[in-house]
Unconditional design. Structure first.
Length: 291
């Protein structure tokens, strides 16, 4: 999906009443030394770009590039360091493809530089928590994903606690965030919502939000979910990071069936195959051939 097509997709988005359309696949590209799954693998620009192009060839509709780890316990990095990591990759990748590029950042300066370099979307795990980032997102006028996170990466998993049902708290969060964004001049059609699987949440919180993720489609904006290889899967299945594919695909199926519009994942080919099979079942279509 190229940049223009993604912008039109956001503008024309209408929440389906049932499984009617294939979710978009967002490929994860971490240009960090300390991300929980692939930290250090793609610090070199050419390796990062090659991996991004491979993900696009495997079926990724969007590439989400991040230069600051958001794993539990991760330390923050300076704006200068984050820019040095992501901008060369975005610039080179834009030369190679017109596919949609997302910048995964919480910093207004990085948002601006990334969009200038060729990014078409902002993915902010802090949901534009500062006035600077809020105003910058309004000025840049590109799709923006607002994610729920309790606390910050360094401390978010130490003692996650919710005074009320997590679904109620998440809905209150999104209602306030949407109102704040609109008041700042961000277009409604540019908003994307992410309930934040694994961000300041215990396994039981994550399972509850996945089971009821359809509730977040009530805002008539695309819902994004990223559970790929995360700790909750490891806790339940007793599997290390590199063996969590099946657990992640199970969550992706449940999410797709509930109307989630974007699946953020490391495992592009497997997710693409799953969605193709799911679509064939619901559309009752198959290639010619014997059973």
């Amino acid at each position: 999906m190229n940049s223009r097509q993604f912008q039109q997709w956001c503008e024309l988005y209408q929440q389906p009443s049932a499984y009617q359309q294939k979710p978009l696949i967002m490929g994860i590209l971490n240009v960090t030394p300390d991300s929980f799954s692939d930290g250090g693998k793609f610090l070199q620009r050419d390796l990062a770009v090659k991996h991004a192009l491979n993900m696009i060839a495997s079926g990724a509709d969007l590439i989400d590039i991040g230069g600051e780890s958001s794993r539990p316990g991760a330390e923050s990095v300076s704006c200068e360091e984050e820019l040095a990591r992501v901008i060369p990759v975005i610039e080179r990748l834009r030369e190679e493809t017109d596919s949609c590029i997302s910048i995964d950042t919480t910093k207004a300066q990085v948002m601006e530089a990334a969009v200038a370099a060729g990014a078409n979307m902002i993915n902010d795990i802090s949901a534009l928590s500062t006035e600077e980032s809020l105003n910058k997102a309004a000025k840049l006028n590109v799709p923006i994903c607002l994610m729920h996170m309790q606390g910050e990466p360094m401390t978010m998993q130490e003692q996650p606690h919710y005074d009320h049902d997590i679904l109620d708290e998440l809905h209150s969060f999104f209602q306030k965030k949407i109102k704040r964004c609109l008041a700042a001049g961000i277009k409604f059609e540019n908003l994307i919502l992410d309930p934040g699987f694994g961000f300041g949440k215990l396994p039981q919180h994550n399972l509850r939000l996945v089971k009821h993720v359809a509730s977040f489609t009530q805002y008539n904006r695309p819902v994004m979910l990223g559970a790929s290889r995360k700790t909750t899967i490891g806790v339940i299945l007793q599997k290390p990071v590199e063996e969590r594919l099946l657990g992640g695909l199970t969550i992706a199926i449940v999410a797709a069936l509930q109307g989630v519009a974007i699946l953020r994942t490391h495992d592009i080919d497997e997710t693409q195959q799953m969605l193709t099979m799911l679509g064939a079942i619901f559309n009752e279509t198959a290639a010619n051939g014997s059973c």
